[in-house]
Design a protein around this ligand. Structure first.
Ligand code: NAD
Ligand code: MG
Length: 383
């Protein structure tokens, strides 16, 4: 039977690579739902190729364009963010691929899990903001969350056949980004253009900046904490510039398992969709044959404060990771618009974490309110 997919964020980096996987495996996957934020033309193009049941364009002002272009097809067209969350619950969908960015994915993720859908998760910020609630919702509704993030896919692959009691620690690998080895003085003068030039991966702008600051790795610590139900003290980060080992698990007997491949997101996407099966893929035909050296370095958490902030936020618990995420979304957006400097980004998150009271939180509405409060705080800080 074909697996029926809803791809939320289909015009982004992960979304397009998911469609590439669908193209390679037409017998396995069929596309039921596609959603995009702004890029109407690309969404129309994708709809004409994959003929989904429905599409949603987030930007309501582009509804007419999409609807007009698809008027001679059977594709139903909707708009707005509420429709994106609704699209995650459509009955004919088996698996929701969540490839939105930031807190925009929270309500769709929650809706998908409540509807009992398998969630193939790229949008890590959902677990950063509301990991406890999202994990609980998945368990209550017997819905699986399968990671697309390459590190977490690696960990999941290492854990096949293992019990969680035998985990000593999780070792997340980090490429180190474009500023690996830089000190604070050097970071003071880096430009947006330099920050956007990632040495290994080609990704959306937001995660590319998060990789340059190491916020991405900090978020991945929080993501791993919830996905694998493991305390943050048992999660280490090591810099591995070649990005061949995607992460490792050390077991109680001292044995360490690693998952390796060339860096290519289509692999963890395919694994998330076919797990527990492994299928022959056309992407990695050379394996790691001509890779001769794998090196490791200690992560510099003094210079890249974002990484420490993530550990601090998870230790504080409650709403602290939500505050960290919201302040980071604002900071990255300001940096992308050349409004603040590279190091201002960590200062903004430090200020938000120290000033905003973030106690225990129980509902989606409370997370959204805390997110909004943090955004206002950060915007005021910038004026
Ligand atoms: P991207 O910016 O390339 O794509 C984002 C997609 O989401 C686009 O289709 C966009 O239209 C849509 N979108 C964004 N904001 C929206 C909103 N408010 N409402 C409706 N639609 C919206 O991002 P990406 O690089 O594909 O990353 C997606 C997620 O996957 C992120 O959370 C990122 O951290 C994670 N991730 C990405 C990679 C990668 O290689 N790109 C690797 C690991 C994890
Ligand atoms: Mg990753």
């Amino acid at each position: 039977m074909q697996q029926r997919l809803a791809i939320l964020g289909s015009t982004g980096s992960i979304g397009k690579q998911t469609l590439e996987v669908c193209r390679q495996f037409p017998d396995r996957f069929t596309v039921e739902v596609l959603t995009a934020g702004q890029r109407a033309e690309e969404l129309i193009h994708q709809a004409l190729e994959f003929n989904p049941n429905m599409v949603v364009i987030g930007d309501e002002s582009k509804y007419d364009t999409v609807s007009e272009a698809l008027k001679n097809t059977d594709v139903k067209v909707f708009c707005g963010s509420k429709s994106i969350a609704d699209a995650a619950t459509v009955e004919s969908v088996d698996t929701v691929v969540l490839a939105l960015v930031g807190i925009a994915g929270l309500e769709p993720a929650y809706a998908a899990l409540k509807a009992g859908k398998k969630l193939a998760l790229a949008n890590k910020e959902v677990l950063v903001v509301a990991g406890e609630l999202i994990s609980k919702t998945a368990i209550e509704n017997r819905a699986a969350i399968i990671p697309i993030d390459s590190e977490h896919s690696a960990i999941m692959q290492c854990l096949q056949g293992e019990s969680s009691a035998s985990i000593e620690k999780i070792i997340l690998t980090a490429s180190g980004g474009p500023f690996r080895g830089f000190n604070k003085d050097q970071l003071q003068h880096v430009t947006l253009q330099q920050a956007l030039a990632h040495p290994v991966w080609s990704m959306g702008n937001k995660i590319t900046i998060d990789s340059a600051t190491m916020m991405n790795k900090g978020f991945e610590v929080i993501e791993a904490r919830w996905l694998f139900n493991i305390p943050a003290e048992k999660i280490d980060v090591v810099v591995h510039p070649q990005s061949i080992i995607h992460s490792m698990v050390q077991f109680v007997d001292g044995s360490v398992k690693a998952q390796m491949s060339r860096p290519d997101m289509r692999l963890p996407i395919l694994y998330a969709l076919t797990w527990p099966e492994r299928v022959p893929a056309p992407f990695q035909t050379n394996g790691i044959k001509d890779i001769f050296s794998l090196t490791f370095e200690k992560a510099d958490t003094e210079t890249f404060r974002h990484l420490s902030l993530a550990f601090e936020a998870i230790k504080t618990g409650g709403g602290a990771p939500c505050v960290l995420n919201a302040s980071n979304e604002i900071a990255v957006d300001l940096f992308l618009h050349n409004k603040i400097s590279f190091l201002d980004m960590q200062q903004m998150s430090e200020a938000a974490l120290s000033k905003i009271a973030a106690g225990a939180i129980g509902s989606i509405e409370e997370y959204i309110a805390l997110d909004a409060e943090t955004r206002i705080f950060c915007q005021t800080l910038n004026h």
